[in-house]
Design a protein around this ligand. Structure first.
Ligand SMILES: NC(=O)CC[C@H](N)C(=O)O
Length: 388
């Protein structure tokens, strides 16, 4: 077995075995706490530039399949696992994770103490790191300290589609939307399609004019990698959409971009939220949902009062219950809202999926010409009859 090392920016070194592709890679070391969903994680464009360590010790058990990819390729800069499955056991599996990582050139390391690594990152914060099966620790550390930092990194254009494309509605088409692809996952248009929404996906650098050109019923802002403070082009596009008063819904990076478009700041969290069971309070409905997260930055906004913006007041609609981080925004005088977590899940629980229905409700009320603001009163009911 070929050896490999993981070296953190502060010099801490872990020794293990090469996993996936051999070679050398650098990126931001982060940990993800989901016990399932490694295929979705690896193919989520939001992880571009990051070396992802899985805290669940046994990874690869269900292999890989042809259906669970969230984009056209794997984007992680590197992959760290404790104990890879020796062989997959799942009826949907078409290959092993190790082979798939190699096919995508993802350099990984296995057999290291991922609990110690996670505690280190939790205490010291996410930091640059490298994995190598060919360099010694000193040489790798030189590469790590020369690597680009996540703060200030503009990565959405590197993962976005270059060409617009359309995802048709399933059944009768009720609405057409333009989606700004900052790193969109396939699960998102799929959720919208099931609600009768046709999604026109546009490149990350699309302007407001381009987003609005076809007269869409609404505009969607996707998740995506990098620092929202570096994506001024997307902020300008969103301001144009707000000026046009077109219904707008954003997820994760989209939440951060909406926040910036409203004049709010963003900041880097110490180690971020990456997992499938993060409790979030929806202050509009008063319910707590267990949600899927993947973010290292967050919006800076007061929790206790609405903020005045050039587009009217905005309030914090969702709050993370682990740490009081802003997890959603709702414009009170404009048809715009967003969440920091992932209603499309993939992977993760489906608690938040009805937020897509809220977007549809918002477009419906805009079409009727009703007075509308970002968070239509929650009228959707889940299977227990509870309002969400
Ligand atoms: N999933 C996302 O959209 C992540 C947004 C942003 N890159 C962050 O790390 O916070």
């Amino acid at each position: 077995m070929t050896g490999a090392i993981l070296v953190l920016e502060d010099g801490r070194t872990f020794r293990g075995d090469a996993y996936g592709a051999t070679g050398t890679t650098v990126g931001e070391a982060v940990f993800a706490t989901g016990m399932t969903g490694y295929q979705e994680t690896l193919t989520d464009p939001s992880y571009a530039g990051q070396i992802v360590a899985m805290t669940a010790p046994h990874i690869g058990n269900t292999g890989v399949n042809d259906e669970d990819d969230e984009s056209r390729r794997m984007w992680v800069a590197g992959f760290v696992v404790r104990d890879p499955a020796r062989r997959p056991a799942n009826w949907r599996a078409t290959g092993t994770l190790d082979e798939e990582l190699r096919a995508h050139g993802v350099v990984g390391v296995s057999g290291i103490d991922t609990r110690a690594l996670t505690r280190h990152l939790r205490d010291r914060g996410a930091m640059r790191a490298g994995i190598s099966s060919e360099l010694d620790a000193d040489a790798l550390l030189v590469r790590v300290t020369a690597a680009e930092r996540m703060t200030g990194a503009d990565l959405a254009p590197t993962v976005s589609t270059q060409q617009p494309y359309v995802v048709p509605a399933v059944g009768e088409k009720r609405f057409t939307i333009a989606a700004l692809d900052l790193g969109i996952k396939t699960a998102t248009p799929r959720h919208l399609a099931a609600l009768g929404v046709e999604t026109h996906v546009l490149p990350s650098t699309a302007t407001a004019e381009e987003l609005l050109a076809a007269g869409p019923d609404g505009v969607f802002l996707s998740n995506g990698p990098g620092d929202p403070a570096a994506a001024d082009y997307a902020v300008a596009a969103v301001q144009g959409v707000l000026d046009a008063r077109r219904p707008l819904f954003g997820i994760c990076f989209g939440n951060q971009i909406l926040g910036r478009a409203l004049g709010l700041g963003t900041y880097k969290l110490r180690f971020g939220h990456r997992g499938l069971n993060q409790p979030v309070l929806d202050r509009v409905s008063g319910t707590v949902r267990v949600t899927s997260h993947n973010h290292g930055f967050a919006v800076d906004a007061p929790l206790d009062r609405p903020t005045d913006t050039p587009y009217g007041q905005v309030e914090v609609s969702h709050v993370g219950l682990n740490d009081d981080v802003v997890e959603g925004l709702r414009c009170l005088e404009a048809p715009a809202f967003s969440v920091q977590f992932h209603p499309e899940s993939a992977a993760g629980p489906h608690d938040a999926a009805p937020l897509f229905q809220r977007f549809v409700d918002l477009m419906e009320s805009a079409r009727r010409g009703d007075a509308h603001a970002g968070g239509p009163a929650p009228q959707v009911q889940d299977s227990t009859g509870e309002k969400i």
